[in-house]
Design a protein around this ligand. Sequence first.
Ligand SMILES: [Ca+2]
Ligand SMILES: [Ca+2]
Ligand SMILES: [Ca+2]
Ligand SMILES: [Ca+2]
Length: 325
Amino acid sequence: MRFKNRKQSSNNFKKGIFAVILLVAAVLLIPLNTINTKNNFAEELNVNSVNTDSLQAKSAANLFNSQSKSLGYGYLPFVIAATCGDLTCDTDEDAFSCPEDCATPGPFCGDNFCDANENPNTCPSDCIAPPTCIPSTEICDGIDNNCDSVVDEGCSPTSSNVNPYSGSQVTYSNGQSYSFKVQWQDSDGISIVTIAHNFGGSQATATASNSGNIYTFLQPGLSAGSYIWKQTATDNNGNSAVTGDISFIVNKAPSTLTLTVAPSNTITFGTPSTVTCTASTAQVSPVLKRDGTAVSNPEVAALDAKTSYSYTCEEKAVRCSNVNR
Ligand SMILES: [Ca+2]
Ligand SMILES: [Ca+2]
Ligand SMILES: [Ca+2]
Ligand SMILES: [Ca+2]
């Protein structure tokens, strides 16, 4: 019994030792768990501190700290949102919404300011083109004053490119026709163009034909002489304009005067002689004169005996050819 009691005491002692070991182990395990939790938290906190270094991140870390302690483990329970001021230009941030994280914006097209290097063509969103037309009352000045895209509506026609121009001179050419042209402009449209002229020797009026805005009158053949013509245009609103008098001169063609004497320049008394004055062109009328007095052309006569007679072949008084007989 004594032995048995010792054995029971030994067993009780062993049981007591085992219980103590379990208690010590339990006491030791609790701090270890706490240390591991802190180590896990420290790792997460360090990572976030490196990336953020901001009050927001610290607040998040504090929140995490309290939660991790209460939960007993070391993992972040939420995702930190993009924050202006975290020195990271996040995807939902830009130079305007968060200039301290994203680059400070310089002048660029779209900043609602017309910068020095921008203009209405290169950046219409920032630079507004000035109005190209400021409406005013339409006047006859060659400009679209009222900005209706029509120049000088309601005004009289205007002329240009008069051909031949006033004072033009030509040399007569048999059968030659002449065109008298004027270019007319009118925003209301040309209704009719007429020409007044004296090509036939008296005043006459005719209608000019047109090709586009060029109005032409064709005159077939003109004698040598000086003429006056003008065109008058009337638009579809009844407004008229006239070119004014335009002069046109047809000069005679060059002509050669020839004086012939037959049978010779020296004849005996009683011998008939024939003296003729001719011109090379029909535009010239030759005049035969003997001793300054016009005679028939040709003159056929048996002149009285005389030392000499002087014949002259003339075209008016300007050009002449003289010969003595
Ligand atoms: Ca700009
Ligand atoms: Ca206009
Ligand atoms: Ca105008
Ligand atoms: Ca007009």
